[in-house]
Design a protein around this ligand. Structure first.
Ligand code: PHE
Ligand code: ZN
Length: 869
């Protein structure tokens, strides 16, 4: 049986809705009994059939208004009640099911994580618990009673407020919860287990006191503090910037080790991958700290954008995700550094999202066709979705944007909304016409802006000729013109910023690109300017403008905008890589250009005044970032040239790098912006110095002097990348110290998987048997197998096909245990069209092997079908 696609155009409102749900769980790891009592309300008087979704449980019984009911049909994924003889407006269904959480390796529905039990219902996991109208436009009130062995599961948690509890004589206890807010079933959650609990309180802007609770595995209390601080900062920020206040009396976060994604915003009871909760200086890097804070914020922000206002159907996913990512990005930007956050996000867009647009999985931020919803939690829906919200923000400005938000919340609170509802509110509140802009929701692909310029010295006039074109994508051949906000700046040759004028008026620095070809004219331009184009990445597009090296150096040197300086340096890196890649491919010796050294020398001069941007600019783009500027990717060539660039920079700038390295040593570890910038700078210096003659001594010392994970990991990474003599000893030392801690070992697995060594595949295969590895844990799988396939392109794309064969072997196993994770890991294999014929043939062979599997999950099926088309 082939999985069937669903289409956005086929959306229909329900015939029956469910208004109230009472769930009774008799929890046991092998044998859980669920009784669900649904109040069903007819919406369509002609309807005769009620089809409920459900699978992967044992169905025990069905009653209608208290009487056994047998007029139903059951198949692999649903139960359809025949109500043709039953015209009632409202009735009750009671459904009993039996589950085995300990054998549920899919980590959807009710499953066992460590010694605890928890649920994951988004997108369609609720139907693995009981039969249900499992769709986000069915909003109900939930009451949940949990009963379980008290010694094993002292905490029994569900959404909302605890309303009753008691003890039974057989050693079991029970707790009853009630959630006063309407919600779709994907936001339902329960947790049972034994935890350490961190408690705090937050007083909201209207003076209500909210209990904050973070549940972590026993022994991990010293790693929960940062998450709690992050939560309080998020609550405060959302009040201040968006005027949004928390609505329940309690907010709980539970950290679990087995989780497919980052975290889940279940109403009042977030469940988190422990990776995004646990942090202390010994176990977490600066990046981990930032990751924890932003995911805590993201899930918290969903309380309004996602929970109070949810999605009408899953095609609207970006309504909550794009908007919530935008909100968490703004939160991080307001609290830390706006340019640094922007640079991080743009790197992700340009590498991962642009690659997705060029892949068989290309889709608009609001997809039209879905086979497996889990496959659409993508960088396109999330990050490009956030870019689309950001463009609306750019076009409206903060004040009008916030007016739009207010209107959106006022109109949609308590409802299941669409992307159109959001855009319409923004448009009506601001008076800004978003008609053409709406196309961003329906058009996939990465638009290309081709820009040429012209300076008329006599008239002191400067013109920008801008053309837009979106290349066809796998899902959509015909493309239309978009409304693209193009932010520009003009600089004189000594770096002075030139005012943007038309006639005598100052004009906006955001150009509205709406036609295929457009010319923008600026007056009173005293000299030929250097244009900075797409400042702050004002739209998710590529820009093609033929910069000279001198122009780029001017921007690196003088631009008053950090992003522009960083971006100019990126172009220099890419040009350098391109030039040497063609030399490499023609077997000519590579040459390192003076210009890049000059630029990086300038950058290093700002090491003291701006350590953060210096660190970011000095960081060489990853192989996967370089790859995106090529139609056909040469993974071996890119790796070789990047390696050459790294060594050349290290050799040419050794003395300066060493000075900066020594200047930025910190006396103690603190999670504050100033220190994090210095650590980042010092560690990027180390990453280069590792390739020089002082490398081994320096890295070895760095490792042994480190009093925090950021520095420890930086030295370990430097040792592996530069293949230093001290490498094996440091890796062994780390393993000895941390093998009992999976989260910390993920960093070690990732380093192993991305080693430059010839025999890295053999090493990775050996590590599948490592004492800290566990095939059932998605974090372990991602950090070893996932990192090998997606972060070590040279090895994964080995021309003998060994990398592909290995991934396919792993996917065959994961197809049975955890298809959702399998479908994420397959990504690098479906991008075959980006490689040469020989690799394409090998990749295709791997995909065909998977396609022939007996029980191919729909998650993999959808991607393989598209890739083989
Ligand atoms: N809704 C979650 C988030 O964005 C992501 C998620 C999706 C988690 C599906 C689990 C399953 O934060
Ligand atoms: Zn989200």
């Amino acid at each position: 049986m082939q999985p069937k696609a669903k289409f956005r155009k086929d959306y229909r409102p329900v015939d029956f809705t469910i208004t109230d749900i009472y769930l009774d769980f008799q929890l046991d790891p092998q044998d859980t009994l669920v009784t669900s009592t649904l109040t069903v309300k007819r919406q369509n008087s002609d309807a005769t059939q009620l089809r409920l979704d459900g699978h992967s449980f044992e169905f025990l019984s069905l009653k209608l208004n208290g009487e056994p009911f047998s007029k139903y049909q059951k198949d692999d994924e649903s139960l359809t009640l025949d109500l043709s003889q039953f015209p009632a407006e409202q009735f009750q269904l009671e459904i009993q099911t039996r589950l085995n959480p300990s054998e549920n390796t899919s980590l959807q529905g009710l499953y066992q994580s460590g010694d605890g039990l928890c649920t994951q219902c988004e997108a369609e996991g609720f139907r693995q618990i009981t039969y249900m109208l499992d769709r986000p436009d069915v909003l109900a009130k939930y009451r949940t009673k949990l009963t379980a062995c008290k010694s094993k599961y002292p905490y029994l948690l569900a959404n909302g407020n605890r309303i009753a509890q008691g003890e039974l004589e057989d050693g079991r206890h029970w707790v009853e919860w009630e959630d006063p807010f309407l919600k779709p079933c994907y936001l339902f959650a329960v947790v049972a287990g034994d935890f350490d609990l961190l408690q705090d309180k937050f007083t909201t802007m209207s003076g209500r006191v909210v209990d904050l609770e973070i549940y972590v595995d026993r022994g991990n209390l010293d790693r929960a503090g940062w998450a709690m601080e992050s939560l309080k900062r998020s609550m405060k920020w959302d009040e201040e910037r968006f005027g949004l206040e928390y609505d329940l009396d309690i907010y709980m976060i539970v950290a679990v080790d087995f989780f497919n994604m980052g975290a889940m915003e279940n109403k009042g009871l977030n469940i988190f991958n422990s990776k995004f909760v646990l942090a202390n200086p010994q176990t977490a890097t600066d990046d981990d700290y930032m990751g924890v804070e932003s995911v805590i914020a993201h899930e918290y922000f969903h309380n309004w954008t996602g929970n109070r206002i949810t999605c009408r159907d899953w095609f609207q996913l970006s309504l909550k995700e794009g908007l919530t990512v935008f909100r968490d990005q703004e939160f991080t930007s307001d609290l830390w550094s706006r340019p640094a956050k922007r640079i991080e996000d743009v790197r992700m867009m340009r590498s991962v999202q642009f690659a997705e647009d060029a892949s068989p999985m290309a889709h608009p931020i609001r997809p039209e066709k879905v086979i497996e919803m889990n496959n659409f939690y993508t960088v396109t829906v999330y990050e490009k979705g956030a870019e689309v919200i950001r463009m609306i923000h750019t076009l409206l400005g903060e004040e009008k944007f916030q007016k739009g938000m207010k209107l959106y919340v006022a109109e949609q609170d308590g409802k299941a909304a669409t992307c159109e509802d959001f855009v319409s509110a923004m448009e009506r509140a601001s008076g800004v016409d978003l008609q053409q802009f709406r196309r961003w929701y329906s058009q996939s692909g990465t638009p290309e802006l081709t820009i040429a310029d012209e300076y008329d010295e006599k008239r002191q006039t400067y013109r920008l000729h801008v053309s837009q074109m979106t290349p066809p994508t796998a899902d959509q051949v015909e493309k239309v013109n978009l409304h693209i906000p193009l932010r520009v700046a003009l600089y004189g040759e000594n770096g002075q910023k030139i005012n943007l004028q038309h006639e005598l008026l100052t004009v906006s620095d955001v150009l509205d690109v709406i036609h295929e070809h457009q010319t923008f004219e600026f007056h009173n331009v005293p000299q030929r300017p250097v244009p900075a184009l797409l400042c702050d990445f004002s739209a998710p597009v590529r820009v093609d403008y033929n910069y000279s090296t001198e122009q780029l150096l001017t921007l690196v040197k003088f631009a008053d905008n950090e992003f522009v300086r960083w971006d100019a340096a990126q172009t220099l890196y890419i040009n350098e890589l391109r030039a040497n890649l063609s030399r490499f491919q023609q077997n000519q010796p590579m040459q390192f250009s003076e210009a890049l050294i000059e630029a990086l020398t300038l950058v290093l001069e700002k090491a003291n005044t701006d350590p953060e941007l210096t660190a970011l600019t000095l960081t060489l783009p990853k192989e996967t970032e370089f790859a995106e500027s090529f139609k056909v990717i040469d993974p071996a060539g890119i790796a070789a040239v990047r390696d050459f660039m790294q060594r050349s920079i290290a050799e040419s700038l050794k003395d300066r790098l060493l000075v900066v390295y020594n200047q930025n040593r910190l006396p103690e570890y603190r999670v504050v912006a100033e220190d994090m910038a210095k650590r980042a700078l010092r560690n990027v210096c180390l990453s280069y110095l590792a390739f020089t003659d002082v490398g081994n001594t320096l890295v070895h010392k760095h490792y042994h002097q480190a009093d925090n994970m950021t520095d420890t990991l930086a030295s370990l990474a430097a040792a592996t990348k530069a293949q230093l003599p001290c490498r094996d000893q440091l890796l062994a030392d780390f393993e000895q110290k941390w093998h009992h801690d999976g989260l910390v070992m993920d960093k070690w697995f990732m380093l192993q998987a991305t080693r430059p060594d010839e025999n890295v595949l053999e090493i990775v295969q050996g590590l599948l048997e490592h004492r800290s590895f566990n095939f059932k844990n998605p974090n372990r799988v991602r950090s070893l197998i996932g990192a090998f396939a997606s972060q070590n392109p040279r090895a994964f794309h080995a021309i003998d096909g060994s990398g592909y064969r290995f991934l396919v072997d792993m996917l065959i196993k994961l197809n049975d245990t955890n298809p959702q994770v399998a479908a994420r890991l397959i990504e690098p294999l479906i991008k075959l069209s980006r490689y040469d014929a020989q690799r394409q043939t090998l990749m295709r062979r791997g995909l065909e092997r998977l396609k022939g599997l007996d029980h191919l999950a729909r998650d993999l099926f959808e991607k393989i079908e598209k890739a083989l088309q």
